[in-house]
Each structure stands twice: as C-alpha cells, then as structure tokens.
Design a protein around this ligand. Structure first.
Ligand code: ITT
Length: 216
C-alpha cells in the first residue's frame, strides 16, 4: 500500500530541499498545505531534538499520518553556539532571513573566529507518540558580506571551504550532498527499509467495517 508521510514544516526553503532530497524515495510526501489549517506547534524546546520531536509527533497526532519534522539551525563558535535553536527568530519573532543575517554579522564584528556549524535533527513520528531521530551537521566559515542568491536563511554567509563557495552559491543538488539536512536524510535513506517496517508496526491499525447495511 502507498506510504504517506507528512512533512511537518512551514519553511518554504526546507520544503524545496526535502522535495529534492526525497524525490527517489518510494513514499508520497504530503505538505501541511495539503490539509486544512492545523494548530501551531509551540517550539519551546531547549534542543534541536526536543523541537524536532515536538513538531513531528504533534503533526502525526493531529493528522493521523506519520510525520517527519526538521529542527535545524546555525551554531557559531565565537557566540557560544548562538543562534542555535533560535536561528529562525534571532532578530525577533517572524524575523526575515535578511534581518537574522544582519544581526548575526553585527554580533560577529571584530571577531576573528568565524567558525560555524549547521545542525539538523530529523524526527519521524507516528500518532501514538513514538519517534525515530536522525542527525546531520556541516561545518563552514562565516563571511563578512552575503554572497549568492540560492538557498535560504544563513546560506549567503555560510562559506563551505571544500567547494570554495557559500551555500547560496551552490545548486540545491550540490548543497544537498554536503549539508546538515542532506546528511541527516542520507542516514534516513541508509535505514529506509527498517524505518518502513517500524512504521508498519507502530502505526495504529484502524478497524475497517463494511457499511452496506443488513441484507434484506
Ligand atoms: P519549521 O519549524 O516550520 O520547520 P522554521 O524555519 O521555524 O520552520 P527551525 O525552527 O528549524 O524552522 O529554524 C531553522 C532556521 O535555521 C531557519 O529558519 C534558518 O534561519 C536556519 N537554517 C536551517 N537550515 C538552514 C539551511 O540549510 N540554510 C540556511 N539556514 C538554515
């Protein structure tokens, strides 16, 4: 039977990357937009793990399908790991990517250590609350000026030395080969058969009945 998994994200940049990275998986990915409005998840966890689990399990419970969620962010060495889990709202609630980048560059002014790491935690959850977790990370150097127009978030200042480009100068395919999200999904791909079996065992089985009515 066709396996449906809901991608529990409202972030358009992530959605595009997932569509690309999951395109060869034998599953049907549904987006939150395929359903009516659902309540917002409160992302108040202190770690990427906490938030990824919250988003995946909440969505699975509300929609009755298995769900996959990504909690990710940029951890900057000279800022003791900030913005970390606050990456999406570093410059305030509903901040734009540009405002977040500007705030980060301003907080890094004069700092020689420009090392940063993108981290991604993926949680795959079923409506009963059980979940699997996968992780990926990717190290780079933060530039002083944005470069490139692809990607999203902090990509224009995240310089990846092996490619001699920022993530915003890479195609989505190139970024997916080395990015934190691409690496976490590689783990998912390596374990794909096991994950499918786990879903079969853990998805609640609904009783089916025939409603033709009594025979006359
Ligand atoms: P959802 O919770 O709906 O998935 P979100 O944007 O709020 O969307 P997160 O809380 O996981 O998601 O925050 C992720 C932020 O980290 C994202 O908004 C970017 O600022 C940054 N980020 C994560 N992955 C990135 C990537 O591949 N490139 C650039 N920035 C990234």
């Amino acid at each position: 039977m066709e396996k449906i998994i809901v991608l529990a994200t409202t972030n358009k940049g992530k959605t595009r990357e997932f569509a690309q990275l999951l395109k060869d998986f034998p599953i049907t990915i549904k987006n939150l937009g395929d359903f009516g409005p659902i309540p917002e998840v409160i992302e108040d966890g202190q770690t990427f793990d906490d938030n990824a689990f919250k988003k995946a399990s909440f969505t699975a419970r509300v929609l009755g399908y298995p769900a996959i969620a990504d909690d990710s962010g940029l951890c900057v060495e000279a800022l003791d790991g900030a913005p970390g889990v606050y990456s999406a709202r570093y410059a305030g609630e509903n901040a734009t990517d540009k405002a977040n980048v500007t705030k980060l560059l301003s907080n890094l002014k004069g700092k020689n250590n420009r090392k940063a790491k993108f981290k991604c935690v993926l949680s795959i959850a079923v409506p009963t609350g059980a979940a699997l977790t996968y992780e990926g990370s990717c190290e780079g150097i933060l530039l002083e000026e944005p470069q490139g127009n692809n990607g999203f978030g902090y990509d224009p200042i995240f310089f990846y030395p092996d490619f001699n480009k920022t993530f915003a100068q890479l195609s989505m395919e190139e970024k997916g080969k080395v990015s934190h999200r691409g690496r976490a999904l590689k783990e998912v791909s390596n374990e794909f058969e096991k994950i499918m079996e786990w879903l079969d065992i853990n998805m609640p089985q609904f009783e089916r009945f025939d409603c033709k009515g009594p025979k006359k």
